[in-house]
Ligand binder design. Structure first.
Ligand code: UT7
Length: 334
């Protein structure tokens, strides 16, 4: 890579409405004790009716742009990682651009490129890879990467194996090659997938769901998951990908300041930390407060880690994630 890629703004948005484990005890046959011991989750946040993934993403985007000192009209690319877009068309990226007041011709390079992509929970890591490659061909690019999810809209609140796990949130970063005001340099990214495992996590409602006016929504529209198979794959893939990215950058685990894994389950987070042999004080977790917010977990965790003082600009940070597809990946910041 000839041109460096810097993160110069970070923001997150957490919907105010909270659903605790005790709230879920009233909806399904579950208990705070089961959810806490199996997942670590105590509460999750859900969007109010009428507030969508684009609205939550917009708030996170505004915070990231403010920190970067970037005006919306300076943005050249908006990439949105989501598996719960507002619509099949238009893209959530275009909806956010519209809400930011960005229109054709307002970008520094002319028109603004907007698109969504779906790598499920690995979306943020995939987006970092996308951004650093765009910067190679467009060194003047100012990229807004938003990860936003409205998973509660595809959660069956009568399915106890699913509804306790997920929540809504958004995070965003601004990336560019200009080091002025940089928080971290994006040193490296690795992205992987195995499409033969595509049935392990599904969310319906795409064009494979044939509908006509008045159709009844069936169970296939909601999140479904083969939990234990996903669990095993998650631990293996995040561990291996993290070691690969460290190795190819000549960085040892001891040199890392912070490890931020995907926030799906505290047991997975601990298992990956233990397999890597990393000091547990360097493993960041906030899944207790939000549940699994898919693509949004990493930027939300980065922002929470920063607020808690655990993450500072310039620190060596390893991010890693896995999700539906299956997809997985790791990114190194410094
Ligand atoms: O971002 C990627 C998304 N996915 C993940 O990261 C999830 C990965 N998987 C997991 O985190 C875990 O597999 C789960 C938390 C989903 C499940 O934990 P588990 O230890 O694998 O439990 P299980 O699915 O084997 O279920 C154990 C028991 C079952 O009862 P029986 O068959 O043993 O009688 C379930 O019916 O727990 C029961 N159960 C529940 N009980 C109370 C399942 N969900 C619940 C619940 N409350 N909410």
């Amino acid at each position: 890579m000839n041109h460096p890629c810097y993160i110069c703004g970070l923001g997150s948005c957490i919907p105010p409405r909270v659903m605790t484990n005790h709230d879920l005890e009233k909806l399904v046959d579950t208990s705070d004790e089961w959810i806490t011991t199996r997942t670590g989750i105590k509460e999750r946040h859900v969007l109010e009716n009428g507030v969508n993934a684009s609205d939550c993403g917009l708030n996170a985007a505004r915070a990231a742009l403010d920190e970067a000192g970037v005006r919306p009209e300076e943005v050249t690319h908006i990439f949105v990682a989501t598996c719960t877009p507002d619509y099949l068309c238009p893209s959530t990226a275009c909806v956010i651009a519209g809400k930011l007041g960005i229109s054709s011709g307002s970008g520094r390079m002319g028109n603004v490129m907007c698109m969504d992509f779906n790598a499920a929970c690995t979306g943020f890591v995939y987006g970092l890879e996308l951004a650093r490659n765009v910067i190679q061909t467009h060194p003047d690019a100012v990229i807004l990467l938003v990860a936003t999810e409205a998973l509660s809209r595809r959660t069956n609140f009568s399915d106890r194996s699913i509804c306790v796990l997920f929540g809504d949130a958004a995070g965003a970063v601004v990336l560019r090659s200009d080091p002025a005001g940089a928080l971290w340099e994006l040193r490296d990214v690795l992205c992987s997938s195995d499409g033969s495992l595509n049935e392990l996590i599904t969310i319906g409602g795409g064009s494979a769901c044939q509908i006509s006016e008045g159709s009844v929504v069936g169970p296939e529209w909601f999140i479904s998951m083969q939990g234990m198979a996903v669990f095993k794959h998650a631990v293996r893939s995040m561990t291996d990908e993290s070691l690969r990215v460290l190795e190819r950058n000549g960085i040892s685990l001891d040199e890392l300041d912070l490890f931020i894994p995907h926030q799906a389950n505290l047991r997975i987070i601990k298992a990956v930390g233990e397999r890597l042999g990393i000091d547990e004080n360097k493993v960041f977790a906030n899944v207790q407060h939000y549940g699994n917010t898919s693509a949004a977990t990493l930027p939300v965790a980065m922002e929470d880690a920063r607020r808690s003082g655990a993450l500072k600009p310039g620190m060596k940070v390893l991010l890693t994630s896995f999700g539906g597809g299956m997809t997985w990946g790791s990114a190194l910041l410094a």
